[in-house]
Design a protein around this ligand. Structure first.
Ligand SMILES: [Zn+2]
Length: 188
């Protein structure tokens, strides 16, 4: 998950949360999230899920978080505690989805986040078709590789027709599997 090309000039704030899949780094401007990503060096070689199925904010008191980070914190807690009920808590806004709405990749991120929920998976091709652009499978793949806000834009739910597909270029297959199992997908 690469950082988005910066089209927003607003000041960013940074936060770190501990989670069952390790530390999650979040950056945000007042409009919305810029990044939600797992530790840079996380890979199949070192992934050890934390048995504590909860999320804690690191080094900051919850009451000192900004409004958007509080929303993010609540969303992450719900995701890891009881993902089936995730639609009951507000999803934090994502800056890129507010600012680059015409970009194809932003449309991919939006429709994925809006229409593919926990327990579901979708193929690259089906996602392209959902955007009325069935030929855009490669562009969908590119949007997934460049997704700056993982988990919340659930690129882990995008699979290939014959297998689970790659996560983080194939370096985090066990993480993808963990997320899918956590959400109730058992077929991989
Ligand atoms: Zn922004």
């Amino acid at each position: 998950m690469a950082a988005a090309k910066k089209i927003c000039k607003l000041t960013l704030e940074f936060c770190q949360f501990s989670s069952p899949v390790g530390f999650i780094k979040v950056s945000s401007c007042p409009i919305g999230l810029h990044e939600m990503s797992m530790e840079t060096n996380l890979s199949d070689e070192n992934f050890v899920p934390n048995a504590l199925n909860d999320v804690l904010v690191v080094r900051v008191k919850e009451q000192d978080l900004s409004t958007i980070m509080k929303v993010c914190y609540k969303w992450l807690q719900q995701y890891f505690r009881d993902v089936k009920q995730i639609s009951k808590v507000p999803r934090p806004d994502i800056c890129a989805l507010k600012q680059e709405t015409k970009a194809f990749r932003a449309q991919v991120w939006q429709i994925l986040a809006d229409t593919v929920g926990p327990g579901e998976v979708i193929t690259y091709g089906a996602l392209a078709s959902r955007l009325n652009n069935p030929g855009a499978v490669r562009a969908v793949g590119s949007a997934m590789r460049n997704n700056p806000t993982g988990i919340i834009v659930p690129c882990h739910r995008v699979v290939r027709s014959n297998d689970m597909g790659l996560y983080h270029g194939g370096k985090r297959q066990s993480v993808k599997l963990w997320l899918l199992k956590h959400e109730g997908v058992d077929k991989y």
